[in-house]
Design a protein around this ligand. Structure first.
Ligand code: GAR
Length: 195
């Protein structure tokens, strides 16, 4: 029998995408969310992972950037793929290299527009509103060494009306994220060699 692929999620916030991933893969034959990592000890995503019965770990800056403690932990847990889900720290080069082609990010806009440093969460939706665009959407892409610039795997868009507030835009985009992130991760799994 083929070995399941193990997924680690990195998240900093409320964790609605992380929850969708966990629930989607609970019954999936090819993948499973084995670990959730957060850089914020008080992030709601940690409580969510506990409720869902998923192992979690909090990482500090020293451990993430200097002593590189995640790598050996990922190896021990047999992590095959990393999914960023609202993770707000820049991923260091050593981790990008170790998981090249196996690390995904979801961004709440249609990249390359509204991406880059400082463009996250509601900042993105306020910028879209200020620009007066009549559509927004979400982008799922591979992670490389530069913010939001890795190869795009999938995009979905939604129509905006002039009366939409940034909060309305956030809701529309979040619906797309929840719908598409899990299946896009799943589609990548067969292409990842077993570790
Ligand atoms: C998501 O909308 C995700 O696209 C965004 O953070 C939100 C996390 O929400 N990521 C970025 O802005 C990265 N630049 P969640 O915690 O409810 O999943």
């Amino acid at each position: 029998m083929k070995k399941k692929k193990y997924i680690a999620i990195l998240a900093s916030g409320s964790g609605t995408n992380a929850r969708r991933l966990i629930q989607y893969f609970r019954t999936h034959p090819e993948g499973e969310v084995a670990l959730l990592v957060s850089n914020k000890p008080d992030a709601p995503v940690l409580g969510m992972a506990r409720n869902e019965g998923v192992e979690s770990r909090v990482i500090d800056r020293e451990g993430f950037y200097q002593s590189r403690e995640l790598l050996p932990h990922f190896r021990e847990r047999g992590i095959d793929l990393i999914a960023l889900a609202g993770f707000l720290w820049k991923v260091p080069d050593y981790l990008v290299e170790a998981y090249e082609g196996r690390m995904l990010n979801i961004h709440p806009a249609l990249l390359p527009d509204f991406g880059g440093k400082g463009m996250y969460g509601m900042h993105v939706h306020r910028a879209v509103k200020a620009a007066g665009h009549d559509q927004s959407g979400m982008t799922i892409h591979l992670v490389n060494a530069r913010y939001d610039e890795g190869q795009i795997l999938y995009q979905a868009s939604c129509t905006l009306s002039p009366s939409d507030t940034p909060e309305d835009i956030a809701r529309k985009v979040q619906q797309l994220e929840h719908r598409y992130y899990p299946p896009v991760v799943a589609q990548l799994l067969p292409f990842i060699p077993n570790t």
